[in-house]
Design a protein around this ligand. Structure first.
Ligand code: GRF
Length: 220
C-alpha cells in the first residue's frame, strides 16, 4: 500500500521530527516524510533531515511582508512535493484561516498539554501554577484557533512533587515522542475520521492503543 506522503514543519530543535523519522524508517510504517520545511534557517531540526537524506527547505517568514504570502509559498512548496499530510512539530507560526481551510483535516499539530487545558505558550509553568496532578500532550487536527481542533491521541504523565517547568517539560517530551508517531500511524492506516469537532478511531481493539498513560510508561 502507498505510504502517506507527509511534510514536517519545524522552527527549532526538531526532537518530534526525529521521533517521526524514527517511526517512518520502519518498513511497515504507513507514512513517509517526503519533506521537512523550516521557517528558520537556524532550526536545529534541519540537521536531522540532512543526516537521514530527507529533502528539506527553508522558507523564511521574514522574506514575506504578509502572512498570506508566506503561506502561499508554503502551499506551493508542499503541493509541488505531493504532500498529503502536514505535521506541525514545533512550528512557531500561527496559520491563517485561508491556509487551514485549504488544508482542512490535513494538518496536525502536537501541543505539550492535555488540551483543551493550557493552550499557548508557557504551558508547563501554567500547569504547575495550577497544581494539576497530570500533564501530558495532545496530537490534534489544526483549526484556526491556536492549539485547538479534533483530538487524535493524548498521553498523560504525572506531575511530581518538586517539578519545575524543565523537569515537567522533559517528562512530557518523552510522551510526545510516543504520541506523535502513534497519531501518524493511525492516520496513515486510514483509521482516523473527523466527525464534527471530534475524531473517531476505527478498529481500536485490533491495533495500537490510543491511550498512553503513566502506567504504560512504567511497564515500558
Ligand atoms: C514540543 O514540545 C511541541 O509539543 C511543541 O513545541 C515543542 C517542539 O519541540 N509544539 P521539538 O522541536 O520537536 O523538539
Amino acid at each position: 500500500m502507498a505510504r502517506l506522503r507527509c511534510a514536517v514543519l519545524i522552527s527549532g530543535r526538531g526532537s518530534n521530527l526525529e521521533a517521526l523519522m524514527h517511526a517512518c524508517a520502519k518498513k511497515d510504517f504507513p507514512a513517509e516524510i517526503a519533506l521537512v520545511v523550516s521557517n528558520r534557517a537556524d532550526a536545529g531540526g534541519l540537521a536531522h533531515a540532512a543526516r537521514a537524506g530527507i529533502a528539506s527547505t527553508v522558507i523564511p517568514h521574514r522574506d514575506y511582508s504578509r502572512r498570506e504570502a508566506f503561506e502561499a509559498a508554503l502551499t506551493r512548496t508542499l503541493e509541488a512535493a505531493g504532500i498529503e499530510l502536514i505535521c506541525l512539530a514545533g512550528f512557531m507560526r500561527l496559520l491563517t484561516a485561508g491556509f487551514v481551510d485549504h488544508w482542512r483535516d490535513r494538518v496536525i499539530n502536537i501541543h505539550p498539554s492535555l488540551l483543551p487545558g493550557f493552550p499557548g505558550l508557557d504551558t508547563h509553568a501554567r500547569a504547575l501554577a495550577e497544581g494539576v496532578r497530570f500533564a501530558g500532550c495532545t496530537v490534534h487536527f489544526v483549526r484556526t484557533e491556536m492549539d485547538h481542533g479534533p483530538i487524535i491521541v493524548q498521553a498523560a504523565v504525572p506531575v511530581l512533587q518538586g517539578d519545575d517547568e524543565h523537569a515537567l517539560a522533559a517528562r512530557v517530551l518523552i510522551a510526545e515522542h510516543r504520541a506523535y508517531p502513534l497519531a501518524l500511524k493511525l492516520i496513515g492506516e486510514g483509521r482516523v475520521k473527523v466527525v464534527g469537532e471530534r475524531t473517531e478511531i476505527a478498529d481500536i481493539s485490533s491495533g495500537a492503543p490510543i491511550l498512553l498513560n503513566p502506567a504504560d510508561d512504567q511497564r515500558a
